[in-house]
Design a protein around this ligand. Structure first.
Ligand SMILES: [Zn+2]
Ligand SMILES: [Zn+2]
Length: 341
C-alpha cells in the first residue's frame, strides 16, 4: 500500500493553523493549548494494522470530552498522555462496537487510578442496556463517580455559562446522535480603548462583570471598550446517511469531525449501511459553512486516506484526514460578529 505522506499532511495541518503531532510521543506543549482534539483511532467497524478503532478526546479548558471510545481507548489514552482524571464527559453517538467497546476499559481505568472527578455520560437512551453492560463488563471495584444522561429526542443537553452541549438524531441503522459543543459568544477587550479611558487592573474585571463602570463621572459600557466575538464550536457527526441534522449540527462550526466511511465508488454500499462518502461529508461541511472538515471513520477496504481527501477537496477545500495518534488544535475562532451589540 502507498505509504502515508506525513510531510503533505503536516503542511495541510499547518495551512489550517493546526498544531499536529504525527506521534503522540513527540515533544509536549503542556498547558499551551487549552483546547485540542486528540485522535486515538480512525477505523470504522474493525481496527486495521494502520488504524485503531474510533476514539477521540477533546480538551476544552478544564473539561475533557471523550467521544465514542472504541476498543483500545484505554491503551491509546496512555499513548497520548490523556489521564483518567481528565475525563469529565463521555459522549457516545451509538452502541455499535467501534463507538463504545472502549468504555469498559476506561471505566476501570478511572476507578483504578482513583480519579475522583464526576464523569457525565451521554448516550442514546435506547442503548441503556449496552451502556450498563460496558460500565460493568467484568469484575472490578467501581469507585468512579458517574452521572448518566440518556438522550431521548435530542436538543440541548447541558448549558453552562461558558458553553452548550447539544445533540441531534442522525440517520443510521440504529439510533444515533451527533453532538455539538458551542462556546458562548464572548467579547474581546480592546486595550487601546481601555488605556484611553485609564481603565486598568482590577477595574477591567469589574467592567466585564458589571457590563459598565463609572469613570470620570460617567458610565463606560462594555460595548465601548470591547468587540463581540463568536464562541468556538465543534461538531461530532458519526455514523449517518446524509441528513439535515448533520448540517444543523455543523452550522458555522470551527471544526467538523465527520465520518466518511466510504468513497463514491461504493456510495450504494454507504447508503445501504447508513454511512457517508467523503464527498458527502464535504457537502455537509459546505452546506453548513463549516470552517474545517476533519474526515475519519474509514473503512478497512481503503488503506490510503489520501483518496478521501481527493474526493472531498473539490467540494470543500478546507479538509484534512484525521490520523491515529495526532492532536489537532482547534482552529481560531471566527471573525468578530458584524453587528456589535
Ligand atoms: Zn461506526
Ligand atoms: Zn454504526
Amino acid at each position: 500500500m502507498p505509504a502515508p505522506d506525513p510531510a503533505t499532511h503536516l503542511r495541510d495541518a499547518a495551512r489550517f493553523g493546526l498544531r499536529h503531532r504525527l506521534s503522540s510521543r513527540g515533544p509536549k506543549l503542556q498547558g499551551v493549548h487549552a483546547r485540542e482534539f486528540v485522535v486515538f483511532g480512525t477505523a470504522s467497524q474493525v481496527p486495521t494494522r494502520q488504524r485503531n478503532h474510533n476514539g477521540y478526546f477533546l480538551r476544552w479548558d478544564g473539561e475533557g470530552f471523550l467521544f465514542d471510545p472504541g476498543e483500545g481507548t484505554q491503551l491509546h489514552m496512555i499513548h497520548a498522555d490523556v489521564r483518567a482524571s481528565e475525563v469529565t464527559r463521555v459522549c457516545i453517538t451509538h452502541f455499535h462496537g467501534d463507538h463504545c467497546l472502549g468504555l469498559a476499559g476506561v471505566s476501570q481505568l478511572i476507578s483504578l487510578d482513583g480519579a475522583s472527578q464526576l464523569v457525565r455520560a451521554y448516550y442514546p437512551a435506547s442503548g441503556e442496556v449496552y451502556y450498563e453492560r460496558l460500565r460493568h463488563a467484568s469484575i472490578y471495584q467501581d469507585v468512579g463517580r458517574w452521572e448518566t444522561h440518556p438522550i431521548a429526542g435530542g436538543g440541548e443537553l447541558e448549558r453552562t455559562p461558558d458553553w452548550t452541549l447539544s445533540a441531534l438524531p442522525l440517520d443510521h441503522r440504529v439510533e444515533t446522535f451527533g453532538y455539538r459543543l458551542q462556546e458562548t459568544d464572548q467579547r474581546t477587550m480592546m486595550p487601546e480603548r481601555l488605556a484611553a479611558l485609564g481603565i486598568e487592573g482590577p477595574a477591567i474585571r469589574a467592567l466585564m462583570d458589571a457590563g459598565r463602570l463609572r469613570v470620570g463621572g460617567r458610565d463606560v459600557t462594555l460595548a465601548e471598550v470591547s468587540a463581540p466575538r463568536h464562541g468556538q464550536s465543534l461538531a461530532f457527526v458519526m455514523d449517518t446517511r446524509m441528513c439535515d441534522a448533520a448540517i444543523e449540527l455543523a452550522r458555522d462550526v470551527d471544526m467538523l469531525v465527520c465520518e466518511s466511511t466510504y468513497l463514491s465508488a461504493d456510495a450504494d454500499r454507504a447508503h445501504a449501511h447508513g454511512h457517508l462518502t467523503a464527498a458527502e461529508a464535504a457537502v455537509i461541511a459546505r452546506a453548513a459553512s463549516a470552517k474545517l472538515l476533519v474526515l475519519t471513520h474509514f473503512s478497512r477496504r481503503y488503506p490510503d486516506v489520501e483518496a478521501f481527501i481527493a474526493e472531498a477537496k473539490p467540494v470543500f477545500p478546507h479538509v484534512i484526514a484525521a490520523r491515529d495518534g495526532e492532536t489537532l488544535v482547534l482552529p481560531r475562532r471566527r471573525a468578530p460578529l458584524e453587528h456589535a451589540t
